[in-house]
Ligand binder design. Structure first.
Ligand code: ZN
Length: 636
């Protein structure tokens, strides 16, 4: 069983050991153009008469400008051999004479228990030791007084600190490694996700620093991971507010449900599970007396989560604040629920309060009322889409319709089959609500749905279903529209991604200016979030790294397309400025709908922040890139 970082390292090794031009030349005759900076050849993936496939050796990507296939070496093999990402990875490893780790299969080998000679029970021991240590520091070390008072300020009671075994990871370099002495080996700490390899040296650093530590348990109540929340006055920069242990032999985010070991009986009694999106919310709710709640660890509800919850509950209420990435996560998980015949409700807490705060100020009774009033998933989704797109033109009504129908197509029962029986009944009800609300004739709605389904089935037949990591649903027609006739907003957003892919260093500055939820296009938003995730792991989101992470995702060709079209565009500091300004203008426009001002005018009374000094930014980015290349060249 490989840990997440070993998996990434292995992929990276294979990718680096594969020359894409050589690989593609095995099946396509390639001609160099632009002095060898590009190659062209006949595309393998459609009937090609004019050479449409381009290979870019510098980025190690390829793209067919006719059929839009594109990606890295893995994508090429996946398409040519019709295999999964994992199989392509193994084939390329073999080709490069790289030994394939014994348990490369992360999915099926879950719990196989071996990790470089570290057993599961050893990892349990390490985690248990660390849990006690962190807890001890929090409750009795004078250096952690400020942490205790922070928790008290947030309304966490002493009894709660004991019950949930809160802890503190001090802000001391290598602290945990100093504590461990000879008790556990580096390999064991690594397998437990408590330390990580540093990017710039052979050393290790503690995974958690200056964080409130919350142990995460499995359903038996054994500690399998930690969640760490950064302290608000922390001096550490560029770190995520909440992080979890990396996935490993005991811990998988898509499986673990936080808090079940405390709440299972209550959930069964109430027949209802309230699902919060983080352990803090769950803990605060339980402290307030809402006993039947649990939490995902900042991810969408997965099929595994749902399967687990269905064993205990008939009804599931997902709770999140109106202002959170978890909102999208919940939105993404809706298709699975529609198929599951589970009563799914979605509760949004308004006024930008997070559930924990709301619980404290308004009390458990208010919260119970909210839970009782929560709308069904379908209704929730419709409201969200209407909020985002509006319903003030024919075009917007059409876009709302498309998104809602795509959602219906996402329902897993549909893949390759026609709806029957009970589902047909549910679907009729849902469609009825839709044409009523949008004022589009029923027949048009049904025709469009059939068409979308047909397209999906066709696509499904060309795709290998035997996938690697589960991917979030992506909507192909959205990607196509983006490429063919993007809206003005989407053009701006695409430009943003183009800048980032070309100058990955700019992510750090741009993220200060723009939040992910401002990106209206779902595929672009998902790419943006991936870039942020990479940078949080101290990896620059260059096109190669982005592709490597996307594995089997349908976002892959989109990323290549953005990268290539971006390169053709000659991205200048002026363009960066213009794009950032456009986003800010849009923000002003959407937060305060224009009244007396003409289109495009900027109201004088609204101050627009000067965009980051993009010249400096671009220069810094280019310099960083240069150094990175030098280091890479030196290292090879
Ligand atoms: Zn092609």
């Amino acid at each position: 069983m490989l840990s997440q970082s070993q998996w990434q390292d292995f992929k990276e090794l294979v990718r680096r050991s594969t020359d894409l031009v050589t690989l593609i030349s095995e099946s396509v005759t390639l001609q160099p153009i632009s002095g060898g900076r590009e190659f062209v050849g006949l595309c393998l993936f459609h009937t090609d008469h004019s050479p449409s496939m381009r290979v870019y050796p510098e980025r190690q990507t390829f793209k067919c400008w006719a059929c839009q296939t594109g990606g890295d070496c893995f994508e090429f093999v996946m398409q040519r051999e019709k295999v999964s990402f994992r199989e392509a990875l193994e084939m390329l490893a073999l080709r490069a004479r790289i030994e394939v780790p014994k348990s490369i299969d992360r999915q099926e080998n879950q719990g196989a228990g071996e990790n470089k000679g570290v057993s599961k029970s050893q990892v349990y021991d390490v985690l248990n030791w660390a849990e006690n240590l962190y807890h001890e520091v929090l409750v009795s070390s004078p250096g952690a007084k400020h942490v205790l008072s922070y928790l008290t300020d947030r309304g966490v009671q002493p009894e709660t600190i004991r019950r949930y075994k809160f802890g503190y990871a001090p802000n001391v370099w290598g602290w945990l490694q100093n504590q461990v002495k000879a008790k556990f080996s580096k390999e064991q700490l690594l397998a437990a996700g408590l330390i990580r390899k540093r990017l710039d040296s052979a050393d290790f650093s503690d995974f958690f620093r200056d964080r409130v530590m919350i142990p995460i348990h499995d359903s038996q109540g054994k500690t399998v991971a930690f969640g760490g929340r950064i302290l608000p006055d922390s001096k550490l920069e560029n770190v995520g507010k909440y992080i979890n242990s990396p996935e490993g032999i005991l811990f998988s985010k898509s499986r673990v449900i936080y808090g079940l070991n405390y709440s299972r009986e209550e959930i069964v009694k109430a027949e209802t599970a309230i699902v919060m999106e983080g352990y803090m919310d769950c803990i605060m709710a339980q402290q307030a007396g809402i006993a039947n709640c649990c939490a995902t660890l900042g991810t969408a509800l997965t099929e595994q989560h749902v399967t687990t919850l269905k064993r205990f509950a008939r009804k599931v209420v997902v709770v999140f604040d109106g202002d959170d990435p978890g909102q999208k996560a919940a939105e993404k998980s809706i298709p699975q629920f529609l198929a599951q015949e589970l009563d799914l409700r979605i509760l949004t807490l308004t006024e930008d309060k997070d559930p924990a705060d709301a619980m404290l100020t308004r009390g458990p009774e208010w919260f119970r009322e909210q839970v009782a009033k929560a709308p069904e998933a379908w209704e929730f989704k419709l409201r969200r889409v209407l909020e985002r797109i509006g319903l003030d033109s024919v075009d917007s009504a059409h876009r709302v319709l498309e998104e809602m129908l795509e959602l219906l197509c996402e329902v897993p029962t549909y893949l390759g089959s026609t709806p029957t029986g009970r589902w047909q009944m549910r679907e009729d009800i849902l469609l009825g609500k839709l044409f009523q609300r949008l004022g589009i004739p029923e027949k048009n709605v049904r025709d469009r749905l059939s068409e979308l389904r047909r397209l999906r089935v066709q696509r499904g037949a060309n795709m290998n279903s035997n996938g690697g990591a589960p991917q979030s649903p992506i909507i192909p027609s959205q990607i196509n529209r983006l490429k063919q006739k993007p809206t003005v907003d989407e053009q701006i957003e695409a430009e943003l991604l183009q800048i980032v892919l070309l100058y990955p260093e700019t992510v750090r500055s741009i993220r200060q200016e723009i939040s992910a939820k401002e990106i209206s296009s779902t595929p672009l938003r998902q790419l943006w979030e991936l870039c942020l995730e990479l940078i949080d792991q101290q990896i620059l989101p260059s096109i190669d790294q982005v592709l490597l992470r996307l594995e089997e995702s349908e976002l892959k060709p989109l990323a290549v397309w953005l990268d290539e079209t971006g390169r053709q565009k000659n991205i200048t500091p002026e363009l960066i400025n213009r794009t950032l300004l456009a986003v800010q203008r849009r923000r002003v426009r959407t937060t305060r709908p224009s009244t007396q001002d003409g289109p495009g005018a900027t109201p004088d009374n609204l101050k627009i922040n000067e965009p980051v000094d993009s010249k400096t930014l671009l220069r810094q980015a280019a310099e960083k890139q240069q150094r990175l290349h030098e280091r890479r060249d030196a290292g090879q």
